[in-house]
Ligand binder design. Structure first.
Ligand code: AKG
Ligand code: FE2
Length: 270
């Protein structure tokens, strides 16, 4: 796994286009430190605080607005639409869409970014990002990779696969509120093409049928401070958010970026 960590010190060594450097295989994981200013992070937290009191999904230790579209079942559609409209209304009333586009362009000038506007032309999901909150002493994300979910919401992926390269979705992630932890995201040096069976949260299964304990897989433990953004090959690399301790929930903001076929256009969705 090739990781690029761009700090203020090595900014001049960074490729002109971070997205292209992932798409062409030079890197799998890119961290751009201080991508959002402290003030911009505060604005994002405020947006989240404005909508968090509305009823929204509470899974086991995990809340998201809107709930992940790739995992919703047929019965959840109206709740999803409700959450997505609250979310989109809040974002549209802020400058975040504009700020995000400008920033992405600055690190990948050769790409055009299309934020999902919910029109349904490219994807049936409705937003370009989401807020996620993991509860203290309870919340974490089990090991997964984007391609694991292609069977969960077939309607969504069948339609989307006609427009975009769904096997190579990238994720972008910003941690807005960080509890005490020595790892915000653990990315394993293991791709979907090598291992594509998950048995449970602690074990995958190799192609030879052997149990592969998650703790035995080499990994990078990523730490994201306020304002840092992580962009990585989320579709293919197995990863997780470990349980954490401290005195506050973990709040993150992120989404996915998928290339439209035969183009330098990237569709941003969640
Ligand atoms: O920390 C998060 O919000 C989710 C991390 C993740 O699995 C992802 O960005 O794909
Ligand atoms: Fe993920």
């Amino acid at each position: 796994m090739n990781l690029l960590d761009i700090d203020i010190q090595n900014v001049h060594d960074a490729p002109d286009s971070l997205l292209e450097s992932i798409h062409n295989g030079s890197y799998d994981v890119v961290i751009k430190r201080n991508f959002f200013s402290k003030e911009e992070c505060r604005q994002l937290v405020n947006l989240y605080n404005n909508i968090r009191s509305d009823a929204f999904t509470v899974y086991d230790g995990y809340k998201a607005i809107p709930r992940p579209f790739d995992k919703i079942g047929a019965t959840d559609h109206s709740i999803y639409e409700h959450e997505a409209s609250i979310y989109t209304g809040t974002l549209n009333a802020s400058l975040i869409n504009e700020i995000f586009l400008k920033k992405m362009k600055s690190i990948s000038p050769d790409y055009e970014f299309i934020l999902n506007d919910g029109s349904g032309k490219i994807s049936k999901s409705k937003t370009w990002s989401s807020f996620r909150e993991l509860e203290l002493n309870k919340g974490y994300f089990e090991i997964h990779c984007g391609r694991l979910f292609q069977d969960w919401n077939k309607e969504f992926f069948n339609f989307f696969s006609g427009k975009a390269d769904i096997d190579n979705q990238l994720a972008f992630l910003i941690v807005l509120q960080r509890p005490e932890t020595d790892c915000d995201l653990e990315i394993f040096d293991l791709k979907w093409d090598d291992v594509n069976v998950k048995i449970d949260k602690d074990n995958l299964k190799t192609k030879e049928g052997k149990l592969l304990p998650v703790v035995s897989i080499p990994s990078e433990k990523i730490i994201l401070n306020e304002g840092d953004v992580l962009i990585f090959d989320e579709g293919n690399y197995w990863h997780l958010v470990p349980p954490f301790t401290g005195d506050m929930p973990r709040i993150s903001f992120g989404g996915f970026m998928t290339r439209l076929y035969n183009s330098k256009q990237v569709f941003v969705w969640f």
